[in-house]
Design a protein around this ligand. Sequence first.
Ligand SMILES: NC(=O)c1ccc[n+]([C@@H]2O[C@H](COP(=O)([O-])OP(=O)(O)OC[C@H]3O[C@@H](n4cnc5c(N)ncnc54)[C@H](OP(=O)(O)O)[C@@H]3O)[C@@H](O)[C@H]2O)c1
Length: 301
Amino acid sequence: MNILLTGATGFIGKELCKHLADEGHQLVILTRNPQRASNTLGPSHEYIQWLEKDSTPWMEVLEDVDGIIHLMGENVGSGLWTAAKREKILNSRVKSGQLLVEALQKTNHKPEFLIQASGVNYYGSSADGAIDETADSGQGFLADVTRAWEDSTAPVEEMGVRRIIIRTGMVLEKGGALDKMALPFRFFMGGPIGGWQWVSWIHLIDEVRAIHFLTTDAHRGVYNLCAPNPVRQREFSRALGKSLKRPSWLPVPAWAVRLLMGQMAEETVLSNLQVKPNRLLQAGFEFKYTHIQNALQDIFS
Ligand SMILES: NC(=O)c1ccc[n+]([C@@H]2O[C@H](COP(=O)([O-])OP(=O)(O)OC[C@H]3O[C@@H](n4cnc5c(N)ncnc54)[C@H](OP(=O)(O)O)[C@@H]3O)[C@@H](O)[C@H]2O)c1
């Protein structure tokens, strides 16, 4: 298939490009910086300049694509959530989704599917008990962002495009959030952050396998992309220490993280969501990494 990707140069996108190319797909990368993207992802894909306010330079390419995977968005975990950062987090997602829709409205050919990135923060920052795709949206900045983000591409369904929303948990691989978590362990200073809150996670390999899986057949609607066994932060920290061959003994109290990061802490490192990937499992997707210890062992071995 001919697949168009946004956000392809990111943490998930880079691995996804490798996986899709290995599966024999042709990739068109819509990026803010084609030269840098080509240096990162290699010369075998097509690179097109993304302009945030104008679809004219890239619209034509939509006439030839079978599917779109839309991952683009200002990084949520880097830097504090100042007013300017919040605006970037929201606008880079919602406005890009709206621009894609506007461009698709003008093209004759419509793609077969559109995969819309989202996050488990849709459910808020704390929920009682396990939740699946039927749970209501929660409260907080990220919940508001994810709702608007998901809604931004909803009109493509009226164009007959199969839309799939991937509500992703914390994606695990070297780099990304895991590097920051592993750092104190490397200096024998590791321990749980908070402690009892649930962590919904997924190995990067399963994230990209699941995205590819959802491009096929008749899958549509919302899917939680998280491993079937979320863990409490204490267990996560123990497994991380074990994989790094370091102790997990120095807890970071929740109040200290709140003091440092404010509201951002509540909705990221301290968020308490036990999310289950029920729809993926019902659809027959088989996770490679179902338990945190195996996932972290694989990553740090
Ligand atoms: N990683 C996770 O654990 C996780 C969990 C849940 C949801 N997600 C979501 O999944 C998507 C992909 O995640 P990721 O970790 O791969 O993201 P990432 O590493 O931060 O990369 C996102 C990509 O989006 C583009 N981008 C960055 N800032 C932008 C801005 N201000 N305006 C427009 N484009 C911008 C960049 O591509 P170009 O420079 O090439 O344009 C970048 O490579 C994100 O939207 C993220 O919120 C990720």
